[in-house]
Design a protein around this ligand. Structure first.
Ligand code: ATP
Length: 337
């Protein structure tokens, strides 16, 4: 007799824009797969601010700390004014210091390249995302870029441990240490010091602008990329473009006490409510989550069904198809075996 695994409670953030649509699609697939998950809804963002006076209520942080895992759809951030980013606050409060974004060619999806298999690792807690900005005098603002030895060493160690565990052969640190000699120089020094302890993994580095050109010309030369927060944000979107776009690329924010799984994409207000959103990125984030909480069989079943759906030519419009979000989810669910 095989025993059913115990239900795992997961905090769920449905998000804004296309968030609720892709969340519904992913929940339907997880449910059809029989994944033993119980979701605890948590409201953040504008609605939470209106109702509770804080876009990231303490209750939500407590829920994630208690469950140690969350599945999160994109949450909007007002541009130039209003509350500060819930996404950034969440990562900083829970010390989700590592952002992991595997970028892989998806068979059956039209893209410029084949055989892309990269992992982007982004430091998640500091850099220009520290939110330290002020007006020096009218017309002049200063934004502080914070880079510390502790956080740079921590993310470098994470990257090498990840590479070792996953059989990756090379890590490239991406920086602008020729210009930002102190801040990016420190990041690079920490990387090199940590690399010395992992002689079995090749370590090199590239300047961020040159790395972007190389990525576009020939992504095959890269394996794992390690970046500070801002470069990581930008290069993640660039890397997503190599394999067919933001609708496909998953992500994980990992810390010592919790993990939050979310797609690389944002709220996509331009297509919200139209049924065109691709739920693949959030679905693959859920797949990463299932592996993280030790439910690999469900992860594999879902991944197989997703690939079978693409192989049958069923796709959402962002990747050249005509299926709506919910039609696509139904097709994936139908192929779960
Ligand atoms: P935000 O400010 O929340 O980051 P944004 O529109 O600036 O929103 P994204 O949401 O990442 O940035 O979207 C960038 C582009 O990619 C948009 O044209 C959007 O429609 C498209 N896009 C993003 N995610 C998806 C998805 N899941 N399915 C289809 N298209 C997507």
């Amino acid at each position: 007799m095989t025993s059913q695994p115990r239900e795992r409670v997961v905090t769920l953030i449905r998000g804004d824009g296309i968030g609720p649509e892709v969340t519904d699609a992913v929940l339907a697939i997880l449910d059809a797969a029989g994944a033993p998950l119980d979701f605890e809804d948590a409201v953040v963002g504008r609605k939470a601010e209106e109702e509770e006076g804080d876009p990231l209520p303490a209750r939500v942080i407590e829920s994630i700390r208690r469950n140690r895992v969350a599945l999160k759809a994109p949450v909007g951030t007002p541009i130039g004014k209003g509350f500060s980013s819930v996404n950034v606050r969440l990562r900083q409060t829970l010390e989700l210091f590592a952002n992991l974004r595997p970028v892989k060619t998806v068979p059956g999806i039209p893209a410029r390249y084949t055989g892309v298999d990269l992992v982007v690792i982004r430091e998640n807690t500091e850099d220009l995302y520290s939110g330290l900005e002020h007006v020096v005098v009218p017309g002049v603002v200063e934004s502080l870029k914070i880079i510390t030895e502790v956080a740079s060493t921590r993310i470098a160690r994470f990257a090498f441990e990840y590479a070792k565990r996953e059989g990756r052969r090379r890590i490239t640190a991406v920086h602008k240490a020729n210009i930002m000699k102190l801040s990016d120089g420190l990041f690079l020094d920490c990387f090199r010091r940590v690399a010395a302890g992992y002689p079995e993994i090749a370590a090199d580095d590239r300047i961020v602008d040159a790395a972007c050109m190389r990525l576009v010309l020939n992504p095959d030369i890269f394996d794992v990329l390690l970046l500070e927060n801002l470069y990581g944000d930008i290069v993640s979107d660039l890397a997503a473009g190599l394999v067919g776009g933001l609708g496909l690329v998953p992500g994980a924010n990992l810390g010592r006490e919790a993990a939050v799984f979310e797609a690389v994409h944002g709220t996509a207000p331009d297509i919200a409510g139209t049924g065109q959103a691709n739920p693949t990125a959030l679905l693959l984030s859920a797949v990463l989550m299932l592996r993280h909480i030790d439910l690999p069989t469900y992860a594999e079943t879902i991944e197989r069904a997703l690939l079978a759906t693409f192989a049958a030519g069923i796709r959402t419009p962002d990747v050249g198809g005509t299926a709506t979000t919910s039609e696509f989810a139904k097709e994936v669910a139908r192929r779960l075996t």
